[in-house]
Design a protein around this ligand. Structure first.
Ligand SMILES: *[C@@H]1O[C@H](CO)[C@@H](O)[C@H](O)[C@H]1NC(C)=O
Ligand SMILES: *[C@@H]1O[C@H](CO)[C@@H](O)[C@H](O)[C@H]1NC(C)=O
Ligand SMILES: *[C@@H]1O[C@H](CO)[C@@H](O)[C@H](O)[C@H]1NC(C)=O
Length: 327
């Protein structure tokens, strides 16, 4: 491994999270006059905004691996990650390199990838991130890192204050970072459900949503406030053709991983199960009306359980619908 200042960094996977993180990393490299971030993606033109800030496109995984010492990965799920890792391995050029995976996957997937890569003398760091794309764009994510200490030390300067506002070390076992991520997703999904119920209770009983939201802000912190705003602002149900802040399908995958782990451990996650059922119901509402819903659309489901319409006042006003006549 070369010394930190000549380290060549790479990025694979430019979805909304990947592109946001890679762009912040590239801006940091430019500021520090360090070698530019090389990148590859299945659809290379998704990297155009990254190229505009100085990123360098590679035609394929092979070129990326040949060019870089450390490569970050951000893809959608276990299946895609496994296939990408196999492409990396087939380059036969991984010895001495570090792969850093930011994808949310099952901890067992992480364990088997780390073991496989170690036979190729490649260090693997699991680095799942916490926060939606807007937070990623602001460079304000939380990131958990698990992997060989020497490799974690090499990459940490590119995380703290660059793509993340906080780095949580979880030790040498990469799978622990994914356990933390799954647990966090469970908390997030449960809080979403709980705040949905609180807002439904407020609405049915005549307590203004803005008053409840002031209390949430004053007493329960920024995270709960952000969740509450996704409900009250109507962004849980984006307008037709609008892309959700955080995709419902991804949340279903993420909470599903946590439920799977709980089952293996003989743990009953009743709140997780409730959230999952509500997300699946929301998905069928979205599919039925041909639109993409946000993970916070459990609010719509919770509303209908109490006789309110799926759409709240903000959605109805935005979309030019009339008064809520109930579900
Ligand atoms: C590739 O990405 C560009 C830019 O986002 C998009 O316009 C294009 O439709 C994508 N192509 C495919 C095949 O998905
Ligand atoms: C990994 O490192 C060991 C010890 O340095 C060496 O014997 C082996 O050939 C290397 N394997 C690969 C795939 O580079
Ligand atoms: C809440 O949202 C704001 C604005 O989008 C963002 O800057 C902030 O980081 C978020 N805070 C938390 C704790 O999620």
């Amino acid at each position: 491994m070369s010394s930190t200042h000549t380290l060549r960094l790479g990025w694979f996977g430019l979805g909304s999270m990947g592109l946001a993180m890679a762009s912040n990393l590239q801006k940091h490299l430019t500021e520090k006059s360090l070698p530019a971030l090389h990148y590859a993606n299945r659809n290379l033109s998704k990297g155009d905004p990254l190229k505009q800030v100085g990123g360098v496109p590679c035609q394929d995984v092979n070129e990326l691996v040949q060019t870089c010492d450390v490569i970050f990965i951000s893809v959608t799920n276990d299946e895609v990650l496994t296939s990408v890792i196999n492409q990396f391995i087939s380059t036969k050029s991984l010895a001495g390199k570090i792969l850093v995976d930011t994808t949310t996957v099952h901890p067992d997937t992480t364990t088997s990838i780390a073991a496989e890569l170690s036979t190729h003398n490649c260090s693997f760091i699991a680095a799942p991130v916490f926060g939606p794309p807007a937070t990623a764009r602001a460079g304000q994510l939380i990131i958990a890192v698990g992997g060989p200490p020497h490799a974690v030390e090499v990459i940490t300067p590119y995380l703290q204050g660059v793509i993340a506002r906080g780095v949580i070390p979880v030790g040498p076992d990469p799978s622990k970072a994914l356990l933390l991520k799954s647990t966090s997703n469970f908390i997030g999904a449960g809080l979403m459900y709980l705040l949905s119920e609180a807002h439904v209770l407020a609405e049915k009983s005549g307590l203004p949503a803005s008053v409840l939201e002031s209390l949430i802000e004053a007493n329960f912190g920024a995270y709960a406030t952000n969740t509450s705003k996704r409900l009250t602002s109507g962004s849980y149900m984006p307008a037709v053709g609008q892309v959700p802040n955080s995709a419902l399908e991804l949340a279903i995958k993420d909470v599903g991983i946590g439920l799977g782990i709980a089952k293996e451990q003989g743990v009953k996650l009743e709140i997780g199960e409730l959230s999952m059922a509500a997300m699946e119901e929301a998905k069928s509402v979205g599919d039925g009306s041909g639109r993409k819903l946000d993970s916070h659309s459990v609010f719509g489901v919770v509303r209908t359980k109490s006789g309110l319409g799926f759409e709240n006042a903000a959605v109805r006003e935005r979309d030019g619908l009339g008064e809520d006549e109930g579900a």
